[in-house]
Design a protein around this ligand. Structure first.
Ligand SMILES: [Zn+2]
Length: 393
């Protein structure tokens, strides 16, 4: 709904009186004779602020009246105080969207598809056929040139005929021409019908920076920052880079290079660690297999599954043995039944019989079968006696 107070971004304090009130779920809903608070619409979020020092929790329109939600009951006289910083933040981005979309519409015939104000960065989706960094740089240069020219943003209330004379954009069949119209013009650049809050002139946008772009099914999504969001963005990123450069003991612009180097070092370390692990498993396998028994049982508890599997295959690949190995992981276990190809047992059949009794999940083939379930000493004893029987047979 149109509220002429929205024409002046900087009108943030107002004295008024209560018109009506109601209580819903222990919260107080109040309508005043007048209000300054913007109610979410047209892609712009509601204002934040205080009423008699009580925080405004929510605001909505019902039957053409603006309801303000607070935690405590309000009493006359009413003093309204809008959070100017937040209002300026969203108005700078919204006004920047007017400016950049117009340039994209007129110079590149790219239609406005969507715009969104985010906390950290904002975005617009535009119907470009193609887009590259050079085009974005050129649009950014033009936008910032207009900002330096500090052209006024003119709000007026035209008749339908006056509006139709000036608009060049198709408002679609859904547009209600019978409501009161409000036009937002950047003379010589843009003319739009819009009910949001805008900065009084372009210099209040301070600056526009396009961050990046990506192809969508409808065109291109462009991320940008403007106004106080631009400064917040720089500070937040600077803080992260500063911390990272301190941790890496490297200049900020060399962070990426340093990370690549760290990744390579990690890769080399992992590779030599794997070599040592394999050497250790070779010794361990030799040790475990230094028995005349063909079938082996072992229980392990301080190993990850991948290493455990590596040890099992080291044994069955190099020794004429059959194994049932159990790895205990907290309350659970992983069981491997495996054999060297020369051994005449069916690992999958043996695993199946254990799995059925102890409700293990998993399976495999006659050479190696494995799976996991709940650990129990009963399961361990069962596997041990299976191996003993196989050795005796
Ligand atoms: Zn607008």
């Amino acid at each position: 709904m149109l509220n002429k107070h929205y024409d002046n971004l900087f009108e943030v304090e107002l004295d008024t009186m209560i018109k009506k009130e109601k209580t819903i779920d222990n919260q107080y809903h109040t309508v005043f004779n007048d209000t300054l608070f913007y109610v979410k619409s047209g892609g712009m979020e509601s204002d934040r602020g205080f009423i008699n020092n009580e925080e405004l929790l929510d605001i909505y329109v019902e039957d053409n009246e603006v309801w303000h939600v607070t935690k405590s009951k309000l009493n006359d006289p009413i003093h309204i105080q809008v959070d100017l910083n937040y209002r300026l933040f969203k108005s700078q981005i919204h006004s920047a969207q007017h400016l950049m979309c117009t340039i994209m519409n007129t110079d590149y015939h790219a239609k406005t598809i969507m715009f969104k104000t985010g906390e950290l960065e904002s975005e617009i989706e535009m119907g470009f056929d193609s887009l590259n960094r050079d085009i974005l740089n050129e649009i950014e240069r033009k936008c910032n040139e207009h900002i330096r020219e500090d052209i006024s943003i003119v709000i007026s209330y035209p008749t339908k005929e006056e509006a139709l004379e000036n608009i060049w954009e198709d408002y679609g069949d859904d547009f209600d021409w019978n409501t009161q119209l409000r036009s937002v013009a950047i003379p010589g650049i843009d003319y739009d019908l819009c009910a949001c809050i805008h900065v009084p002139s372009l210099r209040y946008i301070q600056g526009i920076k396009f961050l990046g772009y990506e192809k969508t099914t409808r065109g291109f999504k462009i991320s940008f920052v403007a106004g106080s969001q631009l400064f917040d963005y720089i500070q937040k990123h600077y803080d992260v880079f500063h911390e990272a450069s301190k941790s890496l003991a490297i200049a900020q612009l060399e962070i990426n290079e340093s990370i690549q180097k760290l990744f390579q070092e990690k890769k080399d370390l992992t590779s030599s660690l794997n070599d040592y692990k394999q050497k250790y498993f070779d010794f361990l396998a030799k040790d475990l297999c230094a028995t005349p028994n063909t079938y082996l049982f072992e229980e392990f508890n301080s190993m990850d599954i991948k290493s455990f599997q590596q040890l099992c295959s080291t044994i069955t690949n190099h020794y004429d043995k059959g194994i049932i190995f159990v790895l205990k992981i907290d309350e659970k276990c992983h069981v491997v039944v495996a054999k060297n190809k020369s051994i005449d047992i069916q690992a999958n059949e043996i695993f199946k019989s254990i799995a059925q009794t102890y409700e293990l999940k998993g399976g495999g083939n006659p050479v190696i079968s494995q799976g996991g379930g709940i650990y129990s000493s009963d399961l361990v004893n069962h596997c041990k006696s299976l191996i003993n029987k196989m050795n005796e047979a």
